[in-house]
Write a protein that binds this ligand. Structure first.
Ligand code: 13P
Length: 248
């Protein structure tokens, strides 16, 4: 079953309009022959400028979140319609930093995911366990819950990208081993098969995220169930191009 690999960056709260546009200009020639889909998810305020910077390249621009309501009294939030106006193709949803620091819940993740899908934006739904959850053996239980609740009511699961991001590997320089990442992502695919259908599960793109870098990307990408990466720190520099070209 062939799945087109997908490497996306998550700039988080980094870069400015100037440094971001410079980075995209430098990355564009380096990633132009990529065999995978390529995206950069950027802070909302940078979307208009980054969309311009990426015009005519194979780098798609994504958002780092999206609200579930069409519009209304939700100070500080951004709707799918606002994102669509700038041609945004992807939105990260339920990143562990949103869950940890901003109180986002599986129910909210679900509403945001459905709103993105309704508006033709591909949600990149993040799941993953904390260090204590891994250590006390509840990784699969936690991820099963995040998938069940977060993806409830999704009609076409093939339109969703899942990112497996073990919280203990994010920004710590401590990557999951190839085997750990493969094992958990295979579990995610099996669970998607149970919740939706086994055939659809074979088509869903599942990324790994957490200290993925130019040095470890080849090993991770060689795993049969790992279809891509969601890259934090390494997407802020030219290393991102090395990851995109992991197969060359
Ligand atoms: P790092 O690559 O910096 O560990 O971040 C991963 C991540 O959270 C991507 O969403």
């Amino acid at each position: 079953m062939s799945r087109k690999p997908f490497i996306a960056g998550n700039w988080k709260m980094n870069m400015t309009a100037k440094s971001g546009a410079e980075l995209i200009a430098a990355l564009a020639p380096l990633v132009k022959d990529a065999n995978c889909d390529v995206a950069l998810c950027v802070p909302a305020i940078l979307i208009p400028e980054m969309t311009k910077a990426a015009a005519g390249t194979n780098i798609a621009i994504g958002a780092e979140n999206v609200h579930w309501a069409k519009n209304g009294a939700y100070t500080g939030e951004i709707s799918a319609e606002m994102l669509k106006e700038y041609g945004v193709k992807y939105a990260i949803i339920g990143h562990s930093e949103r869950r940890q620091y901003f109180g986002e819940t599986d129910e909210g993740v679900n509403k945001r995911t459905l709103a993105a899908l309704e508006n033709g934006i591909t949600p990149i739904v993040c799941v993953g366990e904390t260090l204590s959850e891994r250590e006390n053996g509840t990784t699969e239980e936690v991820i099963a819950r995040q998938l069940e609740k977060g993806l409830q009511g999704v009609e076409d699961i093939k339109k969703v990208v899942i990112a497996y991001e073990p919280v203990w590997a994010i920004g710590t320089g401590k990557t999951a081993t190839d085997g750990q990442a493969q094992e958990t992502i295979a579990f995610i695919r099996k669970k998607i098969g149970e919740l939706f259908c086994p055939m659809c599960a074979q088509k869903v793109i599942i990324q790994y995220g957490g200290s993925m870098n130019a040095g470890n990307c080849k090993g991770l990408m060689a795993q049969p169930d790992i279809d891509g990466g969601l890259i934090g720190g390494a997407s802020l520099k030219l290393d991102f191009a090395t990851i995109v070209n992991y197969d060359k």
